[in-house]
Design a protein around this ligand. Structure first.
Ligand SMILES: Nc1ncnc2c1ncn2[C@@H]1O[C@H](COP(=O)(O)OP(=O)(O)OP(=O)(O)O)[C@@H](O)[C@H]1O
Ligand SMILES: [Mg+2]
Length: 459
């Protein structure tokens, strides 16, 4: 047959089939048609060796966006950017460009040597509604195809892997937030503090120890579960002002990719409110209570309460109540409220959380608060020594070594200067400022400090 003839023939055959289909649809009653479709599907099922699973974007009655769908979307984004020919681009969180596969694209994936195929698509709902604003009726979905011999592997381990990985990608890409409480509610801003452990001035071994501790914690979900402990860890950072406590917290958040909750205890009315605030915190977060010694009258509170009860014994109850209210107005959060939270409630919240307390006076704190199990790791941040200075010199002046370093080392050993002060002197005073000038500034300041120290000692 000549090709042209063949196409003509094919055309007429298709035409004929369509005609038969139209007649079939028109004249066979719905019931019969349904049966035929059902059995033909079943027949295909016997011959066709693949299984298909559909993940719809919206599920449930209230049409919530399906968590599985968005996890799959994240999971496939890396695969589709290398495989798919048509991609959708979107800027998420004002941060980076995110590519995902366009509708009706297909990508393949491999898991333990087994190949699967993912396809994207959308249904456009036929339902007509009258409205002036166009309603988006598209319902997207992902379809997973795989060989039926691999059913166990794919439905179990593979899908678990996809969902977990997808969620991890979302966490990695999300924009982090800094929450602060004004009274009983959290409000947040985008957290974009540039501090990292690399720029933190501290002895290298001590720094590495903290990094290892944090990383081990963040990966230890199974371990914590297996020993029956809540996935929580408490840090106590202590040291004089300007030694980098707040900076270290920012570096921790950046290292782990966690949100920060900066809890202002003095603004919290009472223990109930404290509990509510803490329950509202999300997983993967660091809860920070700065200057814990100032936020709570930690030392005296328990004792004072008892005394008060004794002395008020015979008074009129109403008067007593009013007096108590007046006295404890600023914040009724008590040490025991805080301890209860750390031990009980805190442990009941799901997901990993770090709690970090900072203080300038570690010796002022109640021993109950800082015992191990509540504050697992105590980190002292101290005055600038030579090791810390070298980190600052590298950051601020891009200097690894300099002939003035030995002199500075000697001076640092004789003084107590905080990293904040040292950093201030290393700040170039002009754009073209020479590194050497900054070092001379620092030396001058250190010598001045030593001089002041001597004068004070004489007095
Ligand atoms: N160890 C350090 N490494 C790098 N920079 C530091 C360090 N310590 C202090 N700085 C610098 O000094 C500034 C003040 O430090 P930071 O706010 O972290 O001190 P702090 O210990 O929290 O003090 P405070 O007890 O008063 O809250 C920071 O902006 C930072 O640039
Ligand atoms: Mg601070």
């Amino acid at each position: 047959m000549v090709p042209a003839d063949m196409f003509a023939h094919l055309g007429s055959t298709i035409g004929g089939l369509m005609f038969v289909w139209a007649i079939f649809q028109q004249y066979f009653p719905y019931e019969v048609r349904r049966h035929i479709e059902k059995y033909s599907q079943r027949l295909v099922g016997y011959v066709y060796p693949y299984i298909q699973i559909t993940f719809n974007e919206f599920t449930g009655e209230r049409l919530m966006r399906s968590e599985a769908y968005s996890a799959i979307e994240n999971y496939l984004s890396s695969k589709s950017s290398t495989q798919a020919k048509r991609l959708k681009a979107d800027i998420k969180n004002n941060q980076s460009l995110v590519l995902s596969m366009d509708d009706h694209e297909e990508v393949s994936d491999e898991f333990k040597g087994v190949k699967v195929w993912w396809a994207s698509g959308k249904n456009i709902s036929k339902q007509q509604t009258f409205s002036y604003t166009p309603i988006n009726d598209e319902k997207r979905y992902y379809k997973l195809n795989f060989h039926k011999g691999q059913r166990e592997l794919i439905i179990g381990p593979y899908l678990t892997h996809v969902l977990k990985e997808g969620k991890a990608i979302r966490v990695r890409n999300r924009q982090r937030k800094l929450y602060t409480n004004n009274g009983s509610h959290w409000s947040h801003v985008v957290f974009e503090h540039p501090a990292t452990f690399k720029t933190l001035a501290m002895e290298p071994e001590k720094k590495q120890d903290i990094i290892d501790d944090l990383m081990a914690f963040s990966k230890a979900e199974e371990f914590y579960a297996s020993i029956g402990r809540a996935w929580k860890r408490g840090y106590l950072l202590y040291g004089p002002p300007g030694t980098g406590k707040s900076t270290m917290i920012a570096a921790m958040a950046n290292l782990l990719g966690y949100d920060l909750y900066d809890l202002e205890l003095t603004a919290v009315k009472d223990n109930t409110e404290l509990r509510r605030l803490l329950i509202e915190t999300s997983s993967k977060s660091i809860i920070v209570i700065e200057d814990i010694d100032c936020s709570l009258d930690l030392t005296g509170q328990r004792r004072k309460r008892k005394e008060k009860v004794e002395e008020d014994e015979e008074k009129d109850p109403r008067e007593k109540l009013a007096k108590e209210e007046r006295e404890t107005k600023p914040s009724q959060v008590t040490l025991s409220g805080l301890l209860n939270f750390i031990d009980g409630l805190w442990s009941a919240c799901r997901g990993e959380r770090l709690i970090v307390f900072t203080t300038n006076y570690v010796e002022k704190l109640d021993a109950a608060l800082i015992r191990k199990g509540r504050m697992d790791k105590h980190i002292e941040l101290s005055y600038c020594n030579f090791e810390s200075f070298k980190v600052l010199a590298r950051n601020y002046l891009k200097l690894e070594a300099h002939h003035l370093f030995p002199k500075i080392r000697g001076l640092l050993e004789q003084t107590n200067m905080t990293p904040a002060d040292v950093a201030e002197h290393l700040m170039p005073k002009s754009l073209t400022g020479l590194a050497e000038n900054c070092l001379h500034n620092l030396i001058q300041a250190l010598e001045q400090e030593i001089e002041n120290g001597k004068l004070k000692a004489e007095e």
